[in-house]
Write a new protein. Structure first.
Length: 118
């Protein structure tokens, strides 16, 4: 086995022009349709979870002065965080549906071309 030949071919493949296939284009369109919903839901979910945790620490007296005002503020902030976490999935579904409908025609056309050629 000639390792120099394998190494040379691997390097040559890196510099060779890439042919984008229709399947790769279909995958790219699929990611384009789903990414905004995924990015938003992860970001919003993390922020709301942190907000909920911050409210919990305020209400338990770990942060803040431990007064009644901080306790109530912690409960309010925690409830906002819980509500945000609860709303995250419905918002995700709406954004995903919007993204899919935006690229549905292109994806269906490309999928039809792929299945006709196969």
């Amino acid at each position: 086995m000639n390792t120099d030949k394998i190494y040379a071919e691997a390097i040559a493949n890196e510099y060779a022009p890439k042919n984008t296939s229709k399947v790769q284009a279909l995958k790219k369109l699929d990611r384009k349709a789903k990414n905004p919903a995924n990015i938003f839901s992860y970001t919003f979910g993390v922020i709301m979870s942190l907000l909920m945790g911050f409210g919990m620490t305020l209400s338990m007296g770990v942060l803040g002065s431990g007064s009644t005002a901080m306790f109530l503020l912690g409960i309010i902030i925690g409830i906002i965080g819980v509500a945000g976490v609860g709303l995250n999935y419905p918002i995700y579904k709406k954004l995903l549906e919007k993204g899919k409908s935006k690229y549905a025609f292109e994806i269906m056309q490309l999928a039809k071309e792929i299945t006709e050629n196969a």
